[in-house]
Design a protein around this ligand. Sequence first.
Ligand code: G6P
Length: 374
Amino acid sequence: EQIKKGNYDHYMQKEIHEQPDSLTTTMRGRLIRGGGDKVKGVLLGGLKDHLKTIRRSRRILFIGCGTSYHAGLATRALVEELSGVPVTMELASDLLDRQGPIYREDTAFFVSQSGETADTLQALEYAKACGALCVGVTNTVGSAIARGTHCGVHINAGCEIGVASTKAYTSQIAAMTMMALALGEDTLSSRNRREAIIDDLFNLPNMVEEVLKLDSDMKVLAQELMDEQSLLVFGRGYNYATALEGALKVKEVALMHSEGILAGEMKHGPLALVDETLPIIVIATRDATCSKQQSVIQQLQARKGRLIVICSKGDANVMCPNGGCRVIEVPQLQDCLQPIINIVPFQLLAYHLTVLRGFNVDQPRNLAKSVTTS
Ligand code: G6P
């Protein structure tokens, strides 16, 4: 039943709208609400015997390709915060190209929707030979990466058909957030923070349902942008990943040049591109970096940039006090969960742009769902 389109025109559209359910499935049986003699927490069966080793590792590596790499990037800061272990990001092909050093004291996470991506699989063989503990984060039970790793977490997002990953991305972030919570569970000082995140995880499917209501707004925006050549996306902190992933969605399905940019690097080149015509999306939801994003918006406005600002509900006047930019307001959760909310408008935008531009939504030109050759 899951592999039928139902009332939707395309699988990608169906998979975008299914996210409240896929996220529920990802978290099912893994979140403990607490109360009575139960402590609020998470339970990840496939990891529980290895948590101690992971906490003691000298470094954690997140290894993946494409969207799966972005999911690692979105959770990197939280894993570092709650585990105290530094996290290094690795694109699988680059790790292999340079044969980067990996040690026995490292824990390497292999993030892959299909569990079959050739580069990620080869990186797994390489890390295993180096003696690292290898952990799989996949959506496919019995896949090569699930079988080849020492332990792991299934993200349980359900079958994903559209070549552009949508629901698997949000489920990867949810699963890796739970992993971060499990890694931090013996640290008393982070207890309030962990409990606040767990409370918001319970609330997450409803919030995603809420943000999906932006569908018609994003269609209108797509109509405005459909003839553009290029689109920039500025993010930072937790939402640097959102900028990269949002731009990737637009690029891969709508076949429009799009670039995700770390806002902190704006002055080191991208600013030269800004004029009255080039559309720029700035992600500026509430978190520790949003005052910096406010200043980015001001600087872009001073150069007459054509801005679309994504901010938390009620923040439109704060983030864009002088008007002049289009604002998209989204529901606010704990900062580390915001990438799950913030990517949804981009998924919707990419979808509508693709339909309007007349391209194949589910099978983008030249791309494959699973890249099984290097
Ligand atoms: C391909 C797909 C992407 C995916 C990437 C990694 O490029 O089109 O959607 O993110 O491979 O795939 P994996 O299955 O390893 O997550």
